[in-house]
Design a protein around this ligand. Structure first.
Ligand SMILES: NC(=O)c1ccc[n+]([C@@H]2O[C@H](COP(=O)([O-])OP(=O)(O)OC[C@H]3O[C@@H](n4cnc5c(N)ncnc54)[C@H](O)[C@@H]3O)[C@@H](O)[C@H]2O)c1
Length: 338
C-alpha cells in the first residue's frame, strides 16, 4: 500500500501551526485544495499576526491547545489524514529554558504521535533540523543523511536541541515499527522568508541586519564573516511539507535545504544591498546574547535525497527570498489566493 496522502479534500493538522513554517504550509495546503487545515498552537511563540493573512479562509481553523496535554491533541486530530509536527523550542529558547524545551520537543512529539495513532492519521511529517549533525570541528563538507551527530565542540543548547530532534525522528520510526504509522522526516536548515521571527540564531543574520540597516545602524558580523550558513526559503519548505504528504515514501529522513550555502559576510552584504544600501558591517568577536553555531569549515547541506524520495528541490535563491521577506516587512506582500 502506498503512503501517499493526496491534499485535495483531506484534513490536515499543523501542530505548532501559528508559526513561520506553519503559516506558509497552511497556505500551501489550502492552495492545493485541502478540505480543512487546522492550526493547533498554544501561542508560546506563535502569534495571531503570523496567521492573520489566512484567517478569512473558511477552510482554516485555529485550535488553541498544548502538546503537553494529550487530550487536546486527541481531539484536534480527529478525522485528520495528515499531521505536520512543528511545535518545538529551537536552540535559543532551549538555551533559555531547557526544561520547557525538553518537554515540548520530546514528550510533545510523543503525545502528537500517540494522537496520530489513536486517530488513525495516515501520515505524519516531522520537522527535524540539520542540528542532528551537530556543530564544531567534525562538521564540514557535504552534509548527507547518514552523517553522525557531532556533539564535541557544539554549545550545550545546540547539543540538547539536536538530540531532541534525533529523539523525535526515532519516535517516528518507533511508531512506524510498532503501529504502522507512515511518516517522513524533513531536516530543515535555517528557514527565512515572510513572517520571519527572531527565534532562530542563524536567521538573525537576515532579520537583524535588515532592521539595523533600516535604522541606519551598522549590521554586525560575528568573527571574520567566513562562516558558512545554509538557508531555505519558507515557501520552498512549505512545498516540501506538502510533497512529503503526497509522496509514496515512508520511514525516511531527508534534508531540506536551499539551492546553495552562503557565508555570513556575503549574506549581510546581500541583505544590506537588497534593503537599499547602508553602512559597512561591523565585525564583532562574540555576541553574548547569541548561541554561536560554528563548524569545522565550509559545508553544503545536500538535498539530493529529498529529490530522489519526495521529488523536491528548492527553487528560490537567497536574493529572491530576501526580496520577498523585505516586501512582506514593508507591507507589500501579494495577497494569498483563496
Ligand atoms: N526556523 C528555523 O530556522 C528552523 C530550522 C530547522 C528546523 N526548524 C524546526 O521547524 C519547526 C518550525 O519552525 P518555526 O521557525 O516555524 O518555529 P516557530 O517558533 O515559529 O514555531 C513553533 C510553534 O510551536 C508552538 N508551540 C510551542 N510550544 C507549544 C506547545 N507546548 N503546544 C503547542 N504549540 C506549541 C509555538 O507557539 C510556535 O507557533 C520547529 O520544529 C523547528 O525546530 C526550524
Amino acid at each position: 500500500m502506498t503512503a501517499a496522502v493526496p491534499i485535495q479534500g483531506n484534513r490536515f493538522v499543523i501542530i505548532g501551526g501559528a508559526s513561520l513554517v506553519g503559516s506558509a504550509t497552511a497556505a500551501e495546503l489550502l492552495d492545493a485544495g485541502a478540505g480543512e487545515v487546522v492550526l493547533f498552537d498554544n501561542f508560546a511563540f506563535g502569534s495571531e499576526e503570523a496567521i492573520a493573512h489566512l484567517r478569512d479562509n473558511p477552510r482554516l481553523r485555529l485550535v488553541r491547545g498544548d502538546v503537553m496535554r494529550l487530550p487536546d491533541l486527541l481531539q484536534a486530530l480527529e478525522g485528520a489524514q495528515g499531521a505536520l509536527l512543528l511545535a518545538a523550542h529551537m536552540t535559543l529558547s532551549m538555551d533559555r529554558d531547557p526544561w520547557g524545551g525538553l518537554d515540548v520537543n520530546v514528550r510533545g512529539v510523543q503525545n502528537a504521535l500517540e494522537a496520530c495513532r489513536v486517530n488513525k492519521v495516515r501520515k505524519a511529517v516531522f520537522a527535524s533540523s540539520n542540528a542532528v549533525y551537530g556543530y564544531g570541528p567534525g562538521v564540514k563538507g557535504d552534509l548527507v543523511e547518514g552523517m553522525p551527530f557531532h556533539s564535541a565542540g557544539s554549545p550545550p543548547a545546540a547539543v540538547i536541541y539536536g538530540a531532541t530532534k534525533i529523539i523525535g525522528e526515532a519516535l517516528c520510526a518507533d511508531y512506524r515499527k510498532k503501529h504502522g504509522l507512515d511518516y517522513v522526516v524533513l531536516r530543515y536548515c535555517t528557514v527565512y522568508g515572510e513572517r520571519q521571527h527572531y527565534r532562530a540564531t542563524n536567521a538573525l543574520y537576515i532579520i537583524e541586519t535588515l532592521d539595523k540597516v533600516r535604522r541606519g545602524e551598522r549590521p554586525q558580523v560575528l568573527g571574520d564573516g567566513s562562516e558558512t550558513k545554509h538557508f531555505v526559503y519558507v515557501g520552498d519548505l512549505a512545498r516540501a511539507n506538502r510533497m512529503a504528504f503526497e509522496a509514496a515514501a515512508t520511514g525516511v529522513a531527508v534534508n531540506a535545504s536551499g539551492p546553495a550555502p552562503v557565508t555570513t559576510l556575503e549574506l549581510v552584504r546581500l541583505v544590506t544591498k537588497m534593503a537599499g544600501g547602508g553602512p559597512e558591517p561591523e565585525f564583532i568577536p562574540e555576541d553574548p546574547g547569541r548561541v554561536r553555531l560554528t563548524t569545522g569549515g565550509a559545508f553544503d547541506i545536500r538535498h539530493d535525497a529529498a529529490e530522489r524520495l519526495i521529488g523536491w528541490t528548492p527553487r528560490v535563491g537567497m536574493e529572491e527570498g530576501i526580496r520577498r521577506l523585505i516586501a512582506w516587512r514593508d507591507g507589500n506582500e501579494p495577497k494569498p489566493a483563496r
